[in-house]
Design a protein around this ligand. Structure first.
Ligand SMILES: [Zn+2]
Ligand SMILES: [Zn+2]
Ligand SMILES: [Zn+2]
Length: 136
């Protein structure tokens, strides 16, 4: 999908900046931090980046890639998320060597038995190790 198609299917107004940010996500197969994105946009655009990322998350375009580090990272959703709900119940892989975080779409957290009275609202499955690039 192109940035414009993504904006259209999520009913978002097209702006050059939104297209630019989506293009950055599409060109990376890993999760991106604010700083990762900031380094690829102009200084003037940085002010709106925070809001743009929040809008994208609300509309189901990107999700937080929880990787156990203290860095907030976002990754592109697989395509079936929308404004009503995210369905990114997949594992995230955190590379200890390069620090990058990847979505592992094929792996889902297992169902977990909780003590009586406990209600699970989210589960995060995180793999730590070395990514394909660092393992070799
Ligand atoms: Zn999502
Ligand atoms: Zn790595
Ligand atoms: Zn993910």
């Amino acid at each position: 999908m192109s940035p414009i198609e993504l904006l259209n299917t999520h009913h978002l107004r097209k702006t050059q900046f939104r297209e630019k940010v989506l293009d950055i996500f599409l060109r990376h197969d890993r999760a991106l931090s604010h700083r990762d994105i900031e380094s690829q946009i102009s200084e003037a655009d940085r002010i709106t980046l925070y809001r743009t990322l929040r809008t994208f998350e609300e509309k189901g375009l990107i999700h937080k890639a929880i990787d156990g580090s203290d860095k907030l990272k976002y990754a592109l959703c697989a395509g079936h998320c929308d404004v009503h709900a995210h369905h990114d119940h997949h594992a995230h892989f955190h590379c200890a060597s390069c620090g990058q975080t990847f979505c592992i779409d094929e792996v889902q957290p297992p169902g977990i038995q909780t003590p009586p009275g406990f209600v699970v609202e989210s589960t995060h499955l995180i793999f730590n190790g070395r990514c394909a690039l660092c393992a070799n």
